[in-house]
Design a protein around this ligand. Structure first.
Ligand code: 5AD
Ligand code: SF4
Length: 478
């Protein structure tokens, strides 16, 4: 029965080869019958997880609009309901599984509703087999490597009225020129590479997103130039590990070169995420320091402040390496802000090892940190490690860590009192139409009063009040 499905395989997803990555252009297939299949039909798209998923959702939406579908913001109105899912931790998956139960109700009201599950959970063997057994309400499952197949898969599901599962566990090529419906009109995500080859021992991403493959520099620059011409003010260059950009293309200093070329396009603001400390080069630091349009704000996941833990996590750097990198960045970009990711309660983490993480936070005084309790992921090496740390201790460590992170967030924000920051305006406050919000160059959320501003303007704001996670101020009217 399941033979007709193309199912994910962890074993295949783990493989890496040295084959060159194929770049395909506009090869997304629309069968003739499917060309207008969406006319008069509506879709609802919900995105879980990271920016890579957000960007994928823009492609999914672009494809659906191309087929004539219209996007709606209420599930009840939809003919097609799509969940683009995340697998990074168990609680991300639990949320989606919980939602699947609710779908039964929607299907009772509208038996023609088509439910689609895609994204990282679709790449997991265990999850797909659970859905096949227990959730008949899911009509179509496709993965992260075959978004371009959406027209044909959706057509089969909707018109042949059969359940369709198509997930590739191969390493993936690059498909250029897919339609995109950008969800913002002054800030854009730009993929520069896909996949990850780091295989940190706790992480599912190398399995769900395939091998590291870089887009060609010319394709990226063309996209940024087009965005600039369309009036976009900010691009965020995206990759699981942007520093590895170009390694597969045999480029020397690939990311530093790319960053410099993007800066030269003159787009007003450039950000990038995520950077792995292991291959963060001095050439990169120099380029960030040199160009005013590369924002002085770096997300530099540390995960742990203890070298032994870092080794078990497969992070490829020691506590000393990380501190050295941090100091090199600060010496060349003194006004740079830092955020990080931290995992507590990795298998057998001792109190002393956890204390090293707290010491790291004391040293780096992060502006913010995403903090997580370690979550075992099926198929990863860490999931096989015995773990003697109780959940109670893990929770307590998380709380202690969060208290410290909050303390430094506020301390750092306090430095902005009576200072002027440049803010890219995102929108008007939901509570008060005299209050606008946006982000400063240092990536601080700023709420401010102003008379005449438009979304997408870059304005100067005098900071009058500093909170833990935001600043408040008044725009300087010129
Ligand atoms: N458990 C907890 N946190 C994880 N992360 C990745 N995998 C896991 C896991 N299994 C965190 C890391 C990473 C961020 C995106 O998510 O901190 O940097
Ligand atoms: Fe996961 Fe490590 Fe790759 Fe980041 S660098 S996506 S944590 S394997």
């Amino acid at each position: 029965m399941e033979d007709k499905y193309r199912l994910p395989s962890l074993k295949d997803a783990r493989k890496r080869n040295k084959e060159e990555v194929k770049v395909e252009r506009a090869l997304f297939e629309i069968p003739d019958q499917a060309r207008s299949m969406g006319i008069g039909k509506k879709y609802f798209l919900r995105t879980y997880g990271c920016q890579a998923n957000q960007r994928d959702s823009e492609t999914i939406s672009g494809i659906l609009n191309h087929l004539g579908f219209t996007m709606v913001d209420q599930e009840e109105q939809a003919d097609v309901l799509i969940f683009n899912t995340c697998a990074i931790r168990k609680n991300a998956e639990d949320k989606v599984i919980g939602e699947l139960g609710l779908l039964k109700r929607l299907k009772r009201v509208n038996p023609d509703l088509t439910f689609v599950l895609c994204g990282c959970m679709a790449q997991e063997e265990e999850i797909v087999s659970l859905i096949l057994k227990k959730y008949p309400q899911v009509d179509l499952i496709f993965g992260t490597h075959n978004i371009h197949r959406l027209p044909i898969l959706l057509y089969q599901t909707m018109f042949d009225k059969e359940r369709v599962v198509e997930v590739y566990s191969k390493q993936g090529e690059i498909i250029e020129n897919l339609p995109v419906n950008r969800f913002g009109n002054h800030k854009a995500w730009v993929n520069i590479m896909y996949g990850c080859d780091k295989f940190c021992t706790y992480c599912i991403v190398p399995y769900t997103r395939g091998k590291e493959r870089s887009r060609l520099m010319d394709d990226i620059l063309l996209e940024v130039k087009e965005l600039k011409e369309q009036g976009f003010k900010e691009v965020t260059l995206l990759g699981q590990n942007v520093n590895a950009y170009g390694k597969d293309l045999k480029l020397q200093n690939g990311f530093a070169t790319l960053l410099e070329e993007v800066a030269k396009t003159g787009i007003p603001r450039i950000r990038f995420t995520t950077s792995h400390p292991w291959d963060f080069s001095d050439a990169m630091i120099d380029v960030i320091a040199k160009y005013d349009n590369i924002m002085p704000s770096i997300h530099l996941p540390v995960q742990s402040g203890n070298s032994q833990m870092l080794r078990l996590m497969g992070r490829r750097y020691t506590k000393e390496d990380y501190l050295d990198l941090y100091n090199r960045i600060v010496s060349k970009i003194p006004h740079c802000t830092f955020t990080t990711d931290i995992i507590v309660g990795f298998p057998n983490e001792t109190e002393e090892q956890f204390q090293d993480t707290l010491d790291m936070v004391d040293y780096c005084k992060y502006d913010g940190a995403y903090t997580f309790i370690y979550s075992p992921r099926e198929g990863t090496p860490a999931a096989k490690m015995d773990d003697n740390v109780s959940l109670e201790n893990k929770n307590r460590r998380l709380q202690t860590l969060n208290d410290k992170v909050n303390y430094y967030a506020k301390l750092n924000n306090d430095k902005y009192l009576n200072k002027v920051v440049k803010v890219l305006v995102d929108g008007i406050s939901k509570k008060n139409d005299q209050v606008y919000s946006g982000y400063s160059e240092e990536n601080k959320l700023v709420n401010f009063t102003a008379k005449h501003v438009k979304v997408g303007d870059i304005v100067e704001v005098l900071i009058k009040d500093c909170k833990t996670w935001s600043l408040k101020g008044e725009m300087i009217e010129r």
